[in-house]
Design a protein around this ligand. Structure first.
Ligand SMILES: [Zn+2]
Length: 112
């Protein structure tokens, strides 16, 4: 499960970040998952429950879904994701502007 290794890496990163700020617990993480990032939010969530330990033992995961945004590299028009992904005017294949990555947006931690 590729989500598991992503969550594992994320959890390690958050844990390191929390420790460097002398936090005693992490309450919540917000992660943005792009619609075409290849990450399945449900699996990501399931994997997260397996990685909740240490400072993250009681952490909650909030997932923000980011829709894919496409545009034409030629004329810059926005292209709808449900279309053929080609520009009506110049016929160029659409370029993906957003929605292809996984971003850790926020960590809420308790620092005494
Ligand atoms: Zn165009």
């Amino acid at each position: 499960m590729h989500e598991y290794s992503l969550v594992r890496a994320l959890a390690d990163r958050v844990e390191a970040e929390a420790r460097s700020r002398q936090a005693i617990a992490v309450h919540r993480l917000t992660v943005a998952i792009g619609a075409v990032s290849g990450v399945e939010p449900r699996l990501f969530e399931a994997a997260f429950t397996l990685c909740r330990e240490g400072l993250l033992a009681d952490a909650e995961l909030e997932i923000r879904r980011v829709e894919a945004c496409w545009s034409c590299p030629g004329c810059g028009r926005d292209i709808a994701s449900d279309s053929t992904l080609r520009c009506d005017l110049c016929g160029q294949p659409a370029r993906l502007d957003a929605g292809d990555d996984l971003v850790l947006e926020r960590i809420e931690m308790e620092v005494p």
